[in-house]
Ligand binder design. Structure first.
Ligand code: FES
Length: 164
């Protein structure tokens, strides 16, 4: 995202202007990542008369926010939505971060619960190998027969009688 009135036009702001390489170094990312975030509108750049990108120092905090989001598996579309909710060029405040990270934690808890259930269903498959679309715990998570034990219960001789 390119802003009008680049801050480097104002001599008082020149020390606050960073190049792509400087931002990349400070954030520990590749310069291509900085350009990508810019092209995706996640950070804001200005352009020199030669067309080179320049960033203000707040960009570092915005990229830190993006990296934190990626670490917990949040998609860039969600990061953009969050950042779009902030005034232009503003970085997430402590309150913003607290609110967003609380939300992410709840999502992580839900993901962990889902993965735990999936892992437990996968346990039913170990040593079975039926891969039955009707009976396998992985394909058929609502399978009532899973309560009878591991494996393809009907093939093992169990009956569906009495199952709720
Ligand atoms: S392979 Fe999944 S229950 Fe048989």
């Amino acid at each position: 995202m390119v802003a009008k009135n680049p801050p480097e036009d104002n001599p008082a702001h020149r020390d606050d202007v960073l190049t792509v390489g400087q931002v990349a170094d400070r954030c520990g990312v590749a310069p291509s990542a900085v350009r990508y975030y810019d092209e995706q509108g996640l950070i804001v750049s200005t352009r020199t008369s030669g067309g080179q990108r320049r960033f203000n120092r707040e960009t570092i905090r915005r990229i830190s926010f993006i990296l934190a989001a990626q670490r917990v598996g949040r998609p860039l579309s969600e990061v953009r939505e969050t950042l779009d909710g902030l005034p232009r060029n503003q970085t997430p405040s402590q309150n913003d971060w607290s609110r967003v990270s609380t939300n992410w934690r709840e999502r992580l808890d839900a993901q962990i619960e889902g993965l735990t259930q999936l892992r437990d269903r996968l346990d039913e498959c170990i040593g079975c190998g039926c891969l039955s679309l009707d009976r396998c715990a992985i394909y058929n998570p609502e399978d009532k027969a899973v309560s009878l034990g591991a494996g393809a219960r009907y093939l093992l001789g169990d009956s569906a009688d009495g199952l709720a």
